[in-house]
Design a protein around this ligand. Structure first.
Ligand SMILES: C[S@@+](CC[C@H](N)C(=O)[O-])C[C@H]1O[C@@H](n2cnc3c(N)ncnc32)[C@H](O)[C@@H]1O
Length: 203
């Protein structure tokens, strides 16, 4: 299929997408916010006063949601991309996998945190298997970091792709956490292999 045709299809799909329309009306920067909202509805992970890390935060929908809906939260957002400022969040532009970024995050909190979220995804290369593998690796690394920095009753939520590393991720999650669920929120496009892993309580 020609590139022009693909982008026209993408624009048409966006126009028809109710989540895109809602995000514009409600002032959110991305439709991704509704995935987090649906995860919250089902798993009740947030409460006022918590500390939260948002990995792969740009353009900022998840962080906007946290900033709007959680009172007295301490929020840190990191992404490779520059992000417009979001109220009540500390933002880092950088690669989460670099040790300097991890140090900055640890220094900012100066102790353990309540929640680690990751919506990190590899930049799409056109090779779906490769993209899913790299995103799986990002999830594994986020989980290792979560294990280091979470409080004992902490929660870890991450994007995953059903595919290559899924079984390894699930196994690792079950080793590290007492409660593990896999959930595809309705806002996650049906034709994508995207899903989310929701982990509670370190083992
Ligand atoms: C699907 S988007 C996140 C959308 C976001 N949750 C929202 O609500 O707007 C995935 C993001 O992961 C980021 N990302 C990928 N690898 C990363 C890394 N190593 N460190 C930090 N961010 C990364 C990308 O730059 C991209 O902005």
């Amino acid at each position: 299929m020609k590139k022009n045709k693909i982008s026209k299809d993408w624009i048409n799909k966006q126009r028809k997408d109710i989540y895109v329309r809602r995000s514009k009306i409600e002032g959110y920067r991305s439709r991704a916010v509704y995935k987090l909202e649906e995860i919250e509805k089902k798993f009740k992970i947030f409460r006022n006063g918590i500390s939260v890390i948002d990995l792969g935060a740009a353009p900022g929908g998840w962080s906007q949601y946290l900033s709007k809906n959680i009172k007295n939260a301490k929020i840190l957002s990191i992404d490779l991309m520059e992000m417009e400022k979001i109220k009540n969040t500390f933002q880092i532009k950088g690669d989460f996998t670099e040790s300097d970024s991890k140090k900055q995050i640890k220094d900012y909190f100066g102790g353990r945190v309540d929640i680690v979220l990751s919506d990190m995804a590899a930049n799409t290369t056109g090779n779906k298997n490769m993209d899913s593998l790299v995103t799986g690796e990002l999830c594994m690394e986020a989980m290792d970091f979560a294990k280091e920095i979470l409080k004992i009753d902490g929660k870890f939520v991450s994007k995953i792709f059903m595919g290559s590393l899924f079984n390894d991720i699930l196994l690792k999650a079950k080793k590290n956490f007492k409660k593990v669920n896999i959930y595809k929120p309705p806002a996650s496009r049906k034709n994508s292999k995207e899903s989310f892993i929701i982990c509670k309580f370190l083992s």
